[in-house]
Design a binder for this molecule. Structure first.
Ligand code: UD1
Ligand code: CA
Length: 463
């Protein structure tokens, strides 16, 4: 039967003290809600329904890129039980395993969700609750066990007696699996007679038991998976935990880190063995890095593909590809689909946009090269620029194999420079340069011998 995931993301998150909804706060490279949709997706959920409410427009706009996600709106925030009911009714969920996940539960693993959904799929249990024992249980719903060791009910922190607060250390992680048919049938029975006058989803446990259905708990050995984010301090704590988890996994697979505390890597990034990540490196999005590279220090790569044996120092890259044996930086900025072929060198204070740098070509100093197709073994002299924008249009520059672009050449696009051609330093190239030609565009040098000392003499007399 198809598995449905319902993600509760309508709350304000008062304790964040923010103008943005809580689930839009970022942990590493993505908002909290996207950690949860990712986990649900990787767990094999057939439908992913996100309940939005507070800041709904912002959450919806963000989720628009996740095309498998359906949003439903909870117009009043009446509690997690109410949010779940809204989702079930709006999305017509009537059967199959239904996993409900708090939207502020970023570190939950797909495997946990999968195993969890399976625990109700057999029809034996109407509901399963993921529990954990964090070092500080404050704020979590506490699990009260029945005599037979099954879960009796969940007592929210605000409804706990001091005794319960002290003795019930098993916490509700905010991840539930239900038999969808029973959930749909009974969700309307959740009341709001409690300290917060809210409809609590965890009350479903007791309701299902009263109807004679079996419930179970799954204890999560790694409590980190079950931690929620309610404040910015918790966001920072969970960020650090996520960072540790990802970095340890990478190191275990053969990646070196000089100082793992200063390396941040998103969950979808891959890094090959013998690659070294130096301090202040951030690898985000779908970045893929091969083997034997040195990345950093001070490098941020988002959706970047890196081959093998490259050195990228103080480099910012967004949506670019580096092949192999490339040196880049310090202080390079590459974006917009730039592709650097093997053996090339990109130097300092260089910006590349939507440009192919051919094999073994060099852009060593102070250049902006945009919308350019560059052949192999080209040398771009320091300070050279492609003038690719006239205020309205972007135009292309092509540079043939082995061309030598003199320092401070302005290439006014559209323009083509042939293979093996040379441009004189400080030339403003507005016409195509044929292969093997020299193009110089600058005025002749004017000289007056003995002028400097005479000038000084005159100025001193006048003073
Ligand atoms: C909830 C659980 C608690 C559990 C804890 C785990 C309830 C009543 N309590 O408490 O047992 O230990 O999570 O972290 O469920 N939301 C909505 N609509 C609403 C209210 C909340 O969509 O009307 C969403 C929030 O955006 C959030 C999630 O539900 O993502 C949980 O809400 P939150 O207020 O954080 O619940 P907790 O107090 O943490
Ligand atoms: Ca919470």
């Amino acid at each position: 039967m198809p598995m449905t995931a319902i993600i509760l993301a309508a709350g304000e998150g008062t304790r964040m003290k923010s103008r943005h909804p809580k689930v839009m706060h970022k942990l590493l490279d993505r908002p909290l809600v996207s950690w949860v949709t990712r986990a649900a997706r990787n767990a094999g959920a057939d439908r992913i329904i996100v309940v939005v409410g507070n800041g709904a427009a912002e959450v919806r706009a963000h989720l628009a890129s996740e095309t498998d996600v359906e949003c439903v709106e909870q117009t009043e925030r009446l509690g997690t039980g109410h949010a779940t009911r809204v989702a079930i009714e709006a999305a017509h969920v009537t059967e199959g395993p239904v996993v409900v996940l708090n939207g502020d539960l970023p570190l939950i693993e797909a495997d946990t969700i999968r195993a969890f959904a399976d625990s109700v799929a057999d029809g034996e249990h109407a509901c399963a609750i993921l529990t954990m024992t964090p070092p500080d249980p404050f704020g979590y719903g506490r699990v009260e066990l029945a005599a037979d060791g099954t879960v009796e009910r969940i007592v929210e922190q605000k409804d706990c007696t001091p005794e319960q607060d002290k003795n019930l250390l098993e916490c509700n992680a905010g991840c539930y699996a239900f038999d969808g048919a029973l959930l749909a049938k009974h969700i309307g029975e959740v009341g709001c007679d409690n300290a917060q006058h809210e409809y609590y989803l965890p009350d479903m446990v007791q309701i299902l038991r009263e109807h004679g259905h079996a419930t179970t708990i799954t204890h999560c050995d790694d409590y980190v998976e079950g931690l929620g984010v309610n404040s910015r301090v918790q966001l920072a704590e969970l960020t650090e935990l996520a960072q540790q988890k990802i970095n340890r996994r990478l190191m275990a697979s053969g990646v070196t880190m000089l100082d793992p505390k200063t390396v941040w890597v998103g969950p979808d990034v891959t890094v090959g063995r013998d690659t070294e990540l130096l301090p202040m490196t951030m690898l985000w999005g779908k970045t893929t890095i091969g083997e034997g590279n040195v990345i950093g220090p001070n490098t941020r790569l988002t959706d970047v593909t890196v081959g093998d044996n490259n050195s990228l120092e103080e480099t910012v890259g967004v949506n670019v590809t580096f092949d192999d044996n490339i040196t880049c930086g310090p202080r390079a900025y590459l974006r917009g689909g730039a592709h650097v072929l093997s053996g090339a060198h990109i130097g300092t204070h260089v910006e590349l946009k939507n440009t192919v740098v051919g094999e073994g070509s060099k852009v060593p100093h102070l250049s902006y090269i945009g919308d350019c197709q560059m052949g192999a073994h080209v040398n771009i002299g320091g300070g050279s620029i492609t003038c690719n924008y006239d205020g309205v249009h972007k135009s292309r520059t092509t540079i043939g194999d082995g061309a030598f672009i003199g320092s401070d050449t302005m290439m006014v696009a559209p323009v083509n420079i042939g293979a093996g051609a040379i441009t004189g330093a400080s030339s403003c190239i507005t016409k195509d340069v044929p292969a093997d030609a020299l193009a110089v565009e600058r005025s002749e040098q004017f000289m007056k011998e003995g002028y400097a000392s005479k000038r000084l003499e005159r100025l001193r007399k006048e003073a």
